[in-house]
Design a binder for this molecule. Structure first.
Ligand code: ADP
Ligand code: MG
Length: 709
């Protein structure tokens, strides 16, 4: 007697799953019964239309219960396998011709005398109904059918529990799956059927808190994969959405409580440094910046660790807000650190800060991975414990002598930051306040999902006097007209970004490369000094290129998306993006944010693309031409790509989402939050036996350092 099938059973241990299939699924990341069953169908096909042959209409999709009266090879301009079939109970009744082209194995599966169920689209030829390449399954004569199948495919198919009356592929609402690991959707469907039939009806994953015990797993999975109605499928999806949502929100609620319970530092009680800085600026803070500084300050001043997200479009002045917060911490005798995702950005922040703080005696140091601290003269070793400001990259976390006495950690562009790294900084024993900054606007509906345990400040306003960016879409054919325009801008002293998707030419695609673009543009704009920036350069080379561009020693910077995040050269007023359709919408918006930062009247973003109206890739370019509002663009990106993709690429720390419906479903999120709060109110430390799975869940999450807090 083989062991009872469980959700955790490894596919290799399931009888009837051939090793070849198991290997393919494994390679695609599907290892257990649960992994297979929690892949939701991409869509369903309703194959319940089961008319009589005599009623069939041209073009109609139908399932027919048929008896095969004759089957064999046919030869016309091509060879195909044909079955002449009709109702079993009417040998003299009307017939339909089923034809399979390029599917020679059908000959081994099908023989005269079998009963089958066939689904396909009906075409009449010379008055006779036919189906081309219908989906079919043998509904009796199972032994024979299975042996034939094995012989044909070396791929045994279990029909063990599909009785003669129960079809898998026809005469029902049939699940259609995304192909995975080269496994055909039909084969996947068979596997799901087989696993569902073999699981005991009351089976459920061990060690998991069941959020909806009244709707048993096996029943819900049956509704998910082989629903009796669309409604049943919806109900099942909702159940698994809620499961995902609950797990996520429970951890969020737990962390929120932990954070509240922890003692934090009280800083930001005085603000002399802050005022000194603000008084020295040639401009005043925007209302949004002032509001954010106040919100941050209020957090810092209470004895509870701050956990705040500062969200604002590129150029909205987040860095200055961060500096204000850092000065508040410093004045309270604490060291404050700013961590950027790349070295270029760290160095840029450092230089900015140095400029802004030039008239003060604030100690500032830079620490990145492959360069010694630049300001070491100003910062002798012994000063490390003295309060100061530090700017660095991730490397800051891994240094033996990482900053001590941390009062505030600012994390720039958090999407590029590994969640584990954030946790690492925070675990050091101290409980610094944490401010996370992101220039990737999140659709409003996602803020709660993604940042449920963070407080959020929003910079929804750009500093006044900002030049608008005019965005246009052109085909590469327009280049001869673009060149003189560029010359004019360059003569006026402006600088230009040219962006390409690849570093160098590739055999695999004809997308533009930065190296190729540099050559072409040197030819088009002879004598113009140009720099080349991409990820394959060493840190020193990048630094040198950026310095040249900053100092306007090169007027054109040809780059890949290295230039995407945070780079600030206000004098640059034109950006040309080659093969713009190969970038994501939000990414294009980020790129465009590099220009329009100076005082000059207008900046120009020229999107080059061959994408025609209606083609994929075109719509996002049109959106970009229409609006410059990052939040609006985020909503559109969300609409175009769906929550799964937006979150996936945003590296949000959300992990794999299988049932993304909940992500933008406030009702579901609120319900999950309520459930989580109810449980935590009744059992704050999760000590009750029935809550053991939840304790394991939150421990596992914090072990992985899932998020700030
Ligand atoms: P972000 O990080 O949000 O993209 P930055 O902080 O880099 O934006 O700010 C972009 C530029 O705007 C910087 O040169 C900064 O000095 C300037 N800036 C910031 N706040 C203001 C303001 N209130 N008024 C005018 N310029 C500002
Ligand atoms: Mg920034």
């Amino acid at each position: 007697m083989p062991q009872e099938l469980r959700f955790s059973t490894h596919l290799a241990e399931v009888a009837d799953v051939p090793p070849a299939l198991e290997r393919r699924l494994q390679a695609a990341g599907l290892q257990t019964v649960q992994d297979v069953l929690l892949r939701t169908p991409r869509r369903y096909e309703d194959r319940r239309n089961c008319p009589q042959i005599s009623e069939l209409a041209e073009g109609e999709a139908a399932t027919l219960q048929l008896h095969v009266y004759a089957a064999g090879w046919k030869y016309s301009h091509t060879r195909y396998f044909q079955a002449s079939a009709g109702a079993a109970e009417h040998p003299e009744g009307p017939r339909i011709l089923l034809r399979w082209f390029n599917m020679p194995y059908v000959a081994k599966l099908l023989a005269t005398g079998m009963n089958i169920s066939a689904y396909g689209k009906v075409r009449y030829y010379a008055g006779i109904p036919t189906m081309a390449n219908p989906e079919f399954e043998v509904t009796d004569d199972e032994e024979a059918g299975q042996q034939l199948a094995e012989a044909a495919l070396g791929n045994p198919v279990s029909h063990a529990s599909s009785g003669p009356s129960e079809t898998v592929h026809t005469a029902r609402i049939v699940p259609i799956y995304r192909a995975v690991g080269g496994v055909l959707p039909r084969r996947y469907r068979e596997l799901v059927w087989q696993l569902l039939s073999a699981l005991p009806p009351d089976a459920r994953p061990e060690g998991e808190y069941d959020i909806a015990p009244s709707y048993p797993w096996v029943l819900a999975l049956r509704d998910l994969h082989f629903p009796e109605s669309e409604e049943a499928a919806r109900k099942a999806r909702l159940r698994f959405s809620l499961r995902e949502c609950f797990a996520r929100q429970f951890c969020v609620a737990w962390r929120r409580r932990q954070a509240r319970a922890e003692g934090g530092q009280v800083t930001a009680t005085t603000d002399a440094y802050l005022h000194e800085l603000l008084d020295s600026l040639p401009f005043s803070l925007t209302a949004a910046q002032q509001r954010s500084v106040q919100e941050i300050r209020a957090d810092m001043a209470v004895p509870r660790p701050m956990n705040r997200l500062l969200q604002g479009d590129v150029g909205s002045g987040k860095t200055l807000v961060a500096l204000c917060a850092m000065l508040l911490a410093l004045e309270s005798g604490k060291t404050a650190a700013l961590m950027a995702p790349t070295q270029i950005l760290a160095e840029q922040h450092y230089k900015n800060f140095r400029r802004l703080l030039a008239h003060t005696d604030v100690r500032l140091s830079l620490r990145t991975s492959d360069r010694a601290e630049s300001d070491t003269e100003a910062l002798p070793e012994s000063c490390d414990t003295e309060p100061h400001l530090v700017v660095g990259t991730h490397a800051l976390l891994y240094k033996k002598n990482r900053p001590v006495n941390l009062g505030l950690v600012v994390i720039d562009e958090q999407h590029k930051f590994g969640v584990a790294q954030r946790a690492r900084l925070i675990d050091a024993g101290e409980r610094p306040d944490v401010l996370v900054m992101t220039a990737t606007p999140i659709p409003r509906t996602l803020t709660l999902t993604l940042y449920g345990d963070l407080d959020v400040s929003v910079l929804d306003e750009l500093p006044a006097g900002r030049g608008r960016v005019l965005t246009v879409l052109r085909t590469p054919k327009a280049l001869p007209k673009i060149v003189p325009f560029l010359q004019k801008e360059l003569e006026a002293g402006r600088q230009v970004y040219i962006v390409a998707p690849l570093v160098e030419e590739s055999e695999a695609t004809d997308r533009a490369s930065a190296i190729g673009a540099l050559e072409a543009w040197q030819h088009r704009l002879p004598g113009v000094p140009m720099g080349l920036l991409h990820g394959r350069l060493s840190a020193e080379e990048k630094e040198c290129v950026m310095q040249n561009f900053h100092a306007n020693r090169s007027s054109v910077l040809v780059a890949t998306t290295v230039v995407e995040v945070g780079v600030d050269v206000p004098n640059a007023s034109v950006m040309i993006i080659h093969d713009a359709d190969s970038f994501g919408l939000s990414q294009l918006h980020q790129l465009r944010g590099r220009i329009g930062r100076g005082q000059h009247a207008k900046s120009y973003c020229i999107l080059l693309s061959d994408a025609k109206p209606g083609e994929t890739g075109r719509e996002k370019l049109d959106i970009l031409c229409r609006t410059q509002n990052g939040f609006e663009i985020a909503e559109e990106d969300f609409r175009l790509r769906g929550p799964g993709d937006v979150l996936g690429t945003a590296q949000s720390g959300l992990g794999a989402v299988q049932f993304p419906d909940w992500i933008s479903d406030m009702r579901l999120i609120h319900r999950a939050n309520r459930d989580a709060e109810r449980i935590l109110n009744a059992d704050p430390h999760l000590l009750r036996p029935e809550h053991a799975p939840l304790l394991a869940l939150v421990q596992q999450q914090s072990g992985e350092g899932a998020i700030v807090s």
